[in-house]
Design a protein around this ligand. Structure first.
Ligand SMILES: [Zn+2]
Length: 113
């Protein structure tokens, strides 16, 4: 039932590589300034597609930042420890969300705050 930190680290590294590739492709395609240009989209569908792609890119960048932060925590030897209270994060939670930095209690408190 347990999942080793080494396995989680591999998952994070895989995810980082995938996200980096995804973001790189996006920039190669020159779609990275979508939504920021003054260019009028040909029609509403294009505008919708552009907005959707931009939000996908932003989401990938956000997740990548979290994945990188988690890998940095491995380096620092504090992976799996809650950033707020210093408690161990539930392994089941890490398995579901390998880049979690807060335990469930702190996460819930943070969301309410
Ligand atoms: Zn905590």
């Amino acid at each position: 039932m347990g999942v080793s930190h080494a396995a989680l680290r591999r998952r994070l590294e895989d995810q980082r590589a995938r996200l980096q590739e995804e973001i790189k492709q996006f920039h190669i395609a020159g779609r990275d300034n979508l939504g920021y240009s003054n260019h009028q989209a040909d029609d509403a569908t294009d505008a919708f597609e552009q907005t959707k792609e931009l939000s996908l890119l932003q989401n990938s960048e956000r997740v990548l930042a979290q994945v990188e932060a988690a890998l940095a925590r491995f380096e620092a030897g504090v992976y799996g420890i809650c950033e707020r209270c210093g408690d161990y994060i539930d392994p089941a939670r890490l398995k579901a969300l390998p880049y979690a930095t807060l335990c469930m209690d702190c996460q819930q408190r943070a969301e309410r705050a």
